[in-house]
Design a protein around this ligand. Structure first.
Ligand SMILES: Nc1ncnc2c1ncn2[C@@H]1O[C@H](COP(=O)(O)OP(=O)(O)OP(=O)(O)O)[C@@H](O)[C@H]1O
Ligand SMILES: Nc1nc2c(c(=O)[nH]1)N=C(CO)CN2
Length: 189
């Protein structure tokens, strides 16, 4: 007997016509304006609520001296989130910008102006991009202790694509302005 395929059965991939690989994602969060910890927690919650985005780790919270920032800039709280996702990188970038907007992030002409919330994509699997809208891997993160230190807490053996082990990168940067806040923590639902 020959089998006739059932035309009513479709899977998720045939709905979009595309296959999306699962990618490991590193997201960096920062805030140096307003209720800093609430904004970071809101970003973690919003990321965890994103369909097809699975948070696998949330780092400790660090209080960090502003880097390359206007003189009046106040200290940041920084943290890193790890996740697995099948979302395309451009969709992730849109989501990151929407989450920033939800926390009244103002986009100023001033470079690195104080902000309620910054959601940066550091690495999205092996995805490379060199457009203004999306640069991957993040072009400055390998020099930033406020990204490398919380990432290292979660994944000491991680490798930054094309730059090397994050433990080595961390040893090469000035970490003096990065202080762990044992009294603060982010939660995952
Ligand atoms: N990997 C990335 N992560 C976050 N934003 C990115 C990335 N690549 C490009 N962008 C673009 O950068 C713009 C946001 O820049 P923003 O002012 O937040 O940079 P920044 O966080 O202040 O500086 P930096 O990029 O040095 O951390 C957005 O338009 C966004 O599309
Ligand atoms: N300490 C610290 N400095 C910064 C940060 C940040 O998150 N933390 N973000 C910046 C632009 O994204 C510029 N400088």
């Amino acid at each position: 007997m020959t089998e006739t395929p059932n035309p009513n059965i479709v899977d998720a991939d045939s709905l979009t016509g595309e296959m999306h690989p699962i990618r490991r994602v590193v997201v960096a969060l920062g805030s140096n304006l307003g209720e800093r910890l609430s904004s970071l927690q809101g970003a973690v919650d919003a990321l965890a609520d994103t369909p097809d985005f699975f948070v696998t780790g949330v780092s400790p919270v660090y209080e960090t001296e502003p880097v390359d920032s206007p003189e009046e800039a106040k200290p940041y709280l920084n943290a890193v989130v790890l996740a697995d996702t099948t979302l395309p990188a451009a969709r992730l970038m849109e989501r990151a910008l929407a989450i920033e907007d939800a926390y009244e992030r103002e986009r100023s002409e001033v470079r690195n102006a104080p902000r309620t919330l910054d959601v940066d994509l550091i690495v999205v699997g092996d995805r490379r991009s060199n457009e203004d809208f999306l640069r991957l891997p993040h072009p400055r993160a390998h020099q930033r202790a406020f990204v490398l230190q919380p990432w290292h807490d979660l994944e000491p053996d991680a490798v930054f694509p094309e730059r090397g082990p994050i433990a080595d990168l961390l040893a090469d940067v000035d970490g003096s302005g990065v202080r762990r806040r044992e009294d603060l923590a982010l939660e995952v639902e």
